[in-house]
Ligand binder design. Structure first.
Ligand SMILES: N[C@@H](CCC[C@H](N)C(=O)O)C(=O)O
Length: 279
């Protein structure tokens, strides 16, 4: 492992959930939590909701078992430097990067994640679809947001979510501070979604992400939101549109899996002066 003075990066986003992409073809990058947090700082760093390290799966013991199905590992980190299992917007942006960098061909490819291999479909341009696997509901719980309690559905989308359907318009809810939740239900923390029905199979969602705070979109969160909305409608399958502050995505719930479709855009590239970020 080494701590280089400069790091090449690409910046991308999916419905304004934004990421700094760090290519690490040799698997030698020492990505400390402090460096990740400094890169994601929106005033003193590049600014992002998270970091996507692009590293060959075979070089990473934690996912080396996936290397037969996925050449590249999406090593996802939250803005506070913590590690997460999965990122639904991130994996689409990651695949878009692989194609634009010439590391993968358009079509279908596997990406290794801490939650297992995710199959992604994309063309040379346009929306990207990822097979998110079967979301698992594991009960109900509550979150307290700005002094108010919201009941919700606990959903495992590779990472933990509490999706809370409410009649209170989500646009007016104060999400500046972290929600509180039951640590016995969510020992590793949780991403909290607040959602309103918006007519038909359409919901409006805001999210407070574990490790990143309020973001303008969360792909795994939109899947959890669709699951919660479908349950409330007495359904388990169907195609849902989820409106988020940064745009909208489609979630298709099937009997054995769920697909997430939405944009993935690369917007910048450059060089990070790592030594200036972390003393
Ligand atoms: N924004 C992501 C989720 C990122 C991880 C999350 N904050 C966690 O800690 O589980 C997405 O698009 O799914």
């Amino acid at each position: 492992m080494h701590s280089p003075e400069t790091l090449r990066f690409v910046k991308g986003h999916g419905t304004q959930n934004d990421f700094v992409i760090l290519p690490d073809p040799d698997g030698r990058l020492d990505l400390s939590p402090e460096l990740v947090a400094a890169i994601c700082d929106r005033r003193a760093g590049v600014g992002a909701d998270g970091v996507l390290r692009v590293v060959p799966a075979k070089l990473c013991p934690e996912v080396a078992g996936q290397a037969g199905e996925a050449e590249w590992f999406m090593d996802y980190r939250n803005a506070d430097g913590s590690v997460a299992e999965m990122c639904g917007n991130g994996v689409r942006v990651f695949a878009r990067y692989l194609v634009e960098a010439g590391l993968a061909a358009p079509g279908e490819l596997g990406v290794a994640t801490r939650a297992g291999v995710r199959r992604v479909r994309l063309g040379a341009t346009g929306d990207v679809t990822v097979d998110m696997g079967l979301p698992r509901v594991f009960g109900t719980s509550r979150a307290v947001v700005a002094g108010r309690e919201y009941p919700g559905v606990c959903v495992d989308v590779g990472n933990p979510h509490l999706a809370c359907l409410t009649d209170e318009p989500v646009g007016g809810i104060d999400l500046t501070r972290p929600p509180s939740f039951d640590p016995a239900v969510f020992p590793q923390g949780v991403n909290v979604e607040l959602l309103n029905r918006a007519g038909g199979r359409r919901v409006a969602m805001r999210v407070y992400e574990r490790g990143s705070g309020e973001t303008r979109s969360c792909g795994t969160g939109t899947v959890a939101a669709a699951v919660a909305a479908a349950r409330a409608a007495g359904e388990t399958t169907g195609a849902w549109t989820v409106e988020v502050p940064g745009g909208e995505v489609r979630v298709t719930l099937e009997e054995h899996t769920a697909f997430l479709t939405g944009p993935a855009v690369l917007v910048a590239e450059g060089e990070i002066h790592a030594a200036a970020l972390v003393a």
